[in-house]
Design a protein around this ligand. Sequence first.
Ligand code: NAD
Ligand code: UDP
Length: 316
Amino acid sequence: MKRVMVTGGAGFLGSHLCERLLAGGNEVLCVDNFYTGAKRNIAHLMANPYFELIRHDVTFPLYVEVDEIYNLACPASPIHYQFDPVQTLKTNVHGAINMLGLAKRTKAKIFQASTSEVYGDPEIHPQPEGYWGRVNPIGIRSCYDEGKRCAETLFSDYHRQHGLRIKIARIFNTYGPRMHPNDGRVVSNFIVQALNGEDLTIYGEGHQTRSFCYVDDLIEGFVRLMNTADEVTGPINLGNPGEFTMRQLAERVLELTGSASRIVFRPLPEDDPQQRQPDITQAKSVLDWRPTIMLDQGLEKTIQYFDELLKEAKVG
Ligand code: NAD
Ligand code: UDP
């Protein structure tokens, strides 16, 4: 049995990963400071004797014995990571240094949840891993984008300098049950707005694109990447190449919820990337991975989750 640590394990992606690792016969140590995560995301795992929770901020050192580390700790939605940008940078940089130090001492294999944001507002479309990106170093998204870029550098240097076994995944927009209902991300926003009969807020004219991956597909990619041979370090793009404008997404959500909500337009946030689509050639060849859940199917599952959550909140 492997002892696997998941930082950010009480968050959206982290909680699905903990579940998946337990189902795979591992012992799981979930580390989280509950900055954006929630106990309800992992409440169903608490009774499992192979699951353990530590409240800890990864910007401080941690001394535990583990075989593998998935480093997911970091607020992921723009409103959350921009709320305290200095803390976002500390989580990305000091957090990476602490977790890499832990991996070095325990000789653990370590996975980094990087992001398509390292490509910034890209001039190359779709984005392959070899593209170095176009990122504003001093804008409101920089605490996240540059923090994640610096973490990739740290991982690469610990690999070159200390021989650490590293795995870097560049994750493109992912959605599904357990997203935070108020984190401002587009999928959760549109679904919650549609279910509450409120206006759907499109930022800008809604021509900007994103490619949305359903959470189960992504987690499968994480585990496959972690299980690759030591020579495979990444970065490897993980995402669903199906690309949609925000207008198209709003229309799909309205149709699938049957909501009578209207679409309204709001100012486009600063440095909002115009287009984003993963080139997943590497994931296909190295991991034999590709997404299997198409947008409508994933949206239906996510709508069902938020519908139940909102009903519970009303009853509560
Ligand atoms: P999330 O906000 O739901 O989860 C992040 C978790 O990290 C939360 O539980 C939070 O409490 C915890 N955390 C934050 N700062 C911490 C700290 N200093 N110490 C300990 N725990 C801390 O976000 P998510 O969508 O689950 O994202 C998980 C990871 O995946 C993040 O690193 C994010 O950057 C990356 N990612 C996500 C997406 C996506 O579309 N969901 C895309 C690209 C990258
Ligand atoms: N967006 C939108 N309406 C919303 C929330 C977001 O039109 O209510 C847009 C946002 O401007 C961006 C896209 O949706 O162009 C994706 O935003 P999100 O915050 O989900 O992810 P990111 O910008 O980090 O990819």
